[in-house]
Design a protein around this ligand. Structure first.
Ligand SMILES: *Cc1c(COP(=O)(O)O)cnc(C)c1O
Length: 369
């Protein structure tokens, strides 16, 4: 049985007519950039997260950048970034000319470890970026206490966590601002590049809107430095259709995770993900920790049996070549290094069938027998 890591085609098939119509409509009225499809999506997406302002962007990386830029992060500043995340989280800081300062993750959620942040704070620190990694919210209350105490901005990178909840509240509006990605493989995926930035602060929202469009509030009158970070109309249309199904798809992801928990709980050689008591996890990824150095061998065994898996992420940020000048070394972030060496992401998506989940479990059992 084939189990792909992701099945974007299956999802498209389930909404094909509706999406095709929405895209054709954009072609007919030539609203290729921003326009009503994007505006409507922004409003619906903001409402779904109980956030006041949301702006559609060209991708999630633009969101990482725009949020810190609008907050005034500049050269000489430092920004706290988890070592265990996708590189784009750090680009937010570097594109502002600031220096990312990496902090290790916890050994159970793999999100940034609040107890390790204060040691990384200096007089230059301006912000903490909390990533809701794999679809599980970071420990936002603990982070907020630290941010408030040191007068830092708390920003959320919610690229993997649409609809996730922290203590019963949707993420994205808990920090001062947040960014989302709609990369096709994300829980809410566009059919191309797309992202968003959100905030409850009206002044910050006005800056988001200007920076997204060349620093202008009125066309050709440029108040501040900006960029072209606008979302395309076709992506707004696709996302508008897909947003209606996201709740259902999220529950399906959670059900798939529940089945994995049941099917795999007897295997002593793997540590399953945990859902923290404060969180509603949306399982963008289902990352197991494979003990005794068996990760790569298990991955090859699964691959031989037509099961595709992923590594998130094989190199923690502090050990990436592009950050060599920051002088981190192996051993600095033991938990991030552990998950980079032993983490294995199993296939998970709303369309994965019970038979496929069963099969993945059987092959993993076979490997450990
Ligand atoms: C995907 C992702 C991004 C970047 O999003 P793009 O839309 O691919 O630019 C940023 N942060 C995290 C944690 C991500 O997973």
């Amino acid at each position: 049985m084939k189990v792909p890591f992701l099945d974007i085609k299956a999802q498209y098939s389930s909404i094909k007519e509706e999406v095709n119509l929405a895209v054709l409509n954009i072609l007919e009225n030539t609203s290729f950039i921003l326009g009503s499809s994007v505006k409507n999506f922004e409003n619906e997406f903001a409402a779904a997260h109980n956030i006041n302002y949301c702006y559609g962007l060209s991708n999630g990386t633009a969101g990482n950048h725009l949020v810190l830029w609008a907050l005034g992060i500049k050269p000489g500043d430092e920004v706290i970034i988890p070592a265990n995340t996708f590189i784009a989280t750090a680009w937010g800081a570097t594109l502002c000319g600031a220096t990312p300062v990496f902090v290790d993750c916890t050994p159970d959620t793999y999100n940034i470890d609040p107890s390790k942040i204060e040691a990384a704070i200096s007089s230059k620190t301006k912000a903490i970026v909390a990533v809701h990694l794999y679809g599980q919210p970071a420990d936002l209350d603990s982070l907020k206490v630290i941010a408030d105490k040191h007068n830092l901005f708390l920003v959320e990178d919610a690229a993997q966590a649409h609809f996730a909840e922290y203590k019963g509240k949707k993420i994205g509006g808990i920090g001062i601002a947040s960014s989302f990605s709609f990369y096709p493989g994300k829980n809410l995926g566009a059919y191309g590049e797309a992202g968003a930035a959100a905030t409850n602060d009206p002044q910050l929202a006005a800056k988001f809107k200007m920076i997204r469009e060349h620093g202008a509030s009125d066309k050709y009158y440029h108040k501040v430095y900006g960029h072209n970070y606008r979302m395309e109309g076709i992506q707004g249309a696709v996302l508008g259709v897909k947003l209606k199904y996201l709740q259902e798809w999220t529950e399906k992801r959670r059900n798939a995770a529940k089945k994995y928990f049941e099917l795999l709980k007897d295997i002593k050689s793997i540590q399953l993900p945990i859902e923290a008591d404060y969180s509603k996890h949306v399982y963008h990824l289902f990352v197991i920790n494979v003990k005794a150095g068996k990760r790569d061998e298990l991955q090859r065994f699964l691959d031989k049996n037509e099961i595709s898996t992923g590594l998130h992420y094989p190199v923690p940020l502090h050990l990436q070549e592009c950050f060599a000048h920051l002088d981190y070394k192996k051993g600095d972030m033991p938990c991030s290094e552990n998950i980079s060496e032993n983490g294995l992401s199993l296939p998970i998506y709303p369309e994965i069938s019970d038979n496929q989940l069963q099969y993945v479990s059987e092959i993993i059992h076979q490997y450990f027998k």
